[in-house]
Design a protein around this ligand. Structure first.
Ligand code: KG4
Ligand code: ZN
Length: 304
């Protein structure tokens, strides 16, 4: 993360180099921490996509090699599916349930049914929610990733201080759009600053963070519960990096309680990208007898 922070985002070339450097020690450490050995495993799960092709290839090649050498079945997992099953593996989810995957690359609302079946109900038409957090943090002068910084500062600000609004969605009303909001924050920041005055005081920055976060969380929760009503879901969950957001977590639980709708959210460690979520989805697929074809390859733009 420090490497990416220095460059204000993920640089593909550096990411694949870091993967190459980290993969062997990471697997060794995982085995050590769980007091097991490769020989004792039942299967190897790998991320098929989507993502940066260089990083995907490192994992795919290493995973295939391990499976071949140890004569283990290989299981293909979609990155998004991993986020969803990180949540499902931690709670008793009844299907059909809705999953809102909110990360740096996705804002996708799925209906999830038994048997690894997913139906996309809505998605962002421009920036992902995490991307909006990162871009707003950047224009306020913070590093990458910006979501955690905004989350940390927002409680010190007034969420009603700045009236940011979101445009109404035409067409599929379960879609999202965050680029207009980002532009509104940019205009607000530009309007406030001038040469003789520092752009913002600490409390004004906290107000912008709180106001921006309130709008994003409100739209995510509104769409999720609107869809739950329309599709008669038995529960709703959030997943992906933005599901670590404290306001989003609190509102999800609060709305769920008031609407008597079961809610699911990952532990903080399983919110942002991690390998355990791929193992969690892989284990469920393995138990269902779903293994990957021999010619499995990384697919940077894989959909769910
Ligand atoms: O799922 P993830 O780790 O990687 C992707 O698959 O993209 O998500 C990373 C995203 C980043 O945009 C980051 O700013 C955002 O998740 N994020 C947060 C928080 N923690 C991470 N956004 C809002 N509040 C947080 N606490
Ligand atoms: Zn992710």
């Amino acid at each position: 993360m420090a490497t990416h922070s220095r460059y204000g985002g993920v640089v593909p070339e550096l990411a694949s180099r870091e993967h190459l450097r980290a993969i062997v020690p990471a697997v060794r450490m995982a085995l050590e921490e769980s007091s097991t050995q490769l020989e004792k495993l039942s299967a190897i799960a790998v991320t098929e996509g989507p993502g940066l092709v260089g990083s995907l290839l490192v994992g795919m090649t290493y995973g295939k090699a391990l499976a071949m050498v140890h004569k283990l079945p290989l299981i293909a997992v979609n990155h998004i599916e991993g986020h969803i099953h990180a949540v499902a593996s931690q709670s008793a989810v009844e299907f059909p349930a809705l999953a809102l995957v909110v990360s740096g690359g996705h804002t996708h609302l799925f209906e999830v049914a038994e048997g690894f079946r997913y139906r996309l109900l809505g998605k962002t038409r421009d920036d992902a929610a995490g991307e909006a957090f990162d871009k707003v943090a950047k224009l306020l002068g913070f590093g990458y990733p910006g979501g955690p910084v905004i989350d940390m500062l927002a409680p010190h600000g007034n969420p009603d201080a700045v009236r940011f609004t979101l445009a109404k969605m035409k067409g599929n009303t379960l879609d999202f759009s965050f680029s207009g909001l980002k532009t509104a924050v940019l205009h607000y920041v530009r309007k406030q600053g001038n040469d003789s005055r520092p752009l913002f005081t600490e409390s004004e920055i906290a107000d912008v963070c709180a106001s921006f976060q309130r709008v994003v969380v409100t739209v995510l929760i509104d769409r999720l519960f609107d869809a739950a009503r329309r599709y008669q879901a038995k529960g709703v969950g959030i997943a992906g990096g933005v599901s670590a957001n404290s306001r989003l977590r609190a509102e999800l639980q609060q709305y769920g309680r008031s609407r008597e709708m079961p809610t699911f959210l990952p532990s903080l460690g399983l919110s942002t990208d991690n390998a355990a979520m791929i193992a969690a989805a892989g284990l469920r697929k393995f138990r269902a007898g779903i293994t990957a074809p021999d010619d499995l390859n990384a697919d940077a733009s894989l959909t769910l």
